[in-house]
Design a protein around this ligand. Sequence first.
Ligand SMILES: [Zn+2]
Length: 326
Amino acid sequence: MYYISVDVGATNLRVAVVSEGGEVVERSSCPTPRSGNSYAVADKVIECINVINSNFKNEVKGLGVGTIGPLDIKRGRVINTPNNPIRNFELLEPLRKTFNLPIYVVNDCSAAVWGEYVWGAGVGHLNVLYITLSTGVGGGAVVDGHLLLGKDGNAHEVGHVVLNYRSPIRCGCGGRGHWEGMASGANLWKLVRQVSRATGFNISDRELAALKPEDVFNGWREGRSPYSEVVNELAMINAAGLASAINVYDPEVVTVGGSIALNNPDFIKLMIGNLDEFLTNRMPYISLATFRDDAVLVGAAAIVHRPPKHLLRIQKTASNISSFSS
Ligand SMILES: [Zn+2]
């Protein structure tokens, strides 16, 4: 028995066949469409699924999607996303029209935390938090064994907590001093600019524009200014953000994923060392994401494997349908 899972990212669209033990057995990816109508993304998803599914046709028991947000979870569609010029796109409805299967659509971090809860570091625990440090900053939480969804499926937006309301740094969403606005891969250059100015270091706009997160972390490892100062500040910002999430959700287990975390475990260690300064709740167990780059793919399959009860109510689905047709 297998599940098809889909990770709709800002840049890439990934599709996998996942076993009922949470193992990815087949995968494919392509760029996420960035133009077209509100069905362009779903059309591409369907095309990818049809390619990858051929070997597993009769053994696939469901389809799970983890997507960038924000979501309208009742309709299973993405509303007004800042991360794709299409902005609004349908997922649940066109997929249901195409595939005769139980299908669920949740936010990518909600999927990832459910994957940890069902198959990963969260097994045996009731309170699990997943944080991604990547192009954006996001989170998903399981509290008392319950996947937090919220009224529209956006209960996870910890990236937009305000860490400094006086900060001159604006987030992609427009807000001031947001965790994501200062610490995400897409916004890191803003922190570099601010710290450089504060430490009297000259960095041109051209250098800033070409700067990748790896350059910043490598500069830090080599002890070079302004990157040492930037990364030390970033470790405090991330600690403040993560501690705030821990103080809100009180997890036993926290896993941290996303490219910034997965590529820089030494930085994550530095960040964890700063947590004490901000924590009021007892320190949880913290590790890197169990399924690494596949956190969302595995998590979306976990959503189908063991659907959260309230999600079943929200996205009513015929759970007795088991044949795969398109
Ligand atoms: Zn924001």
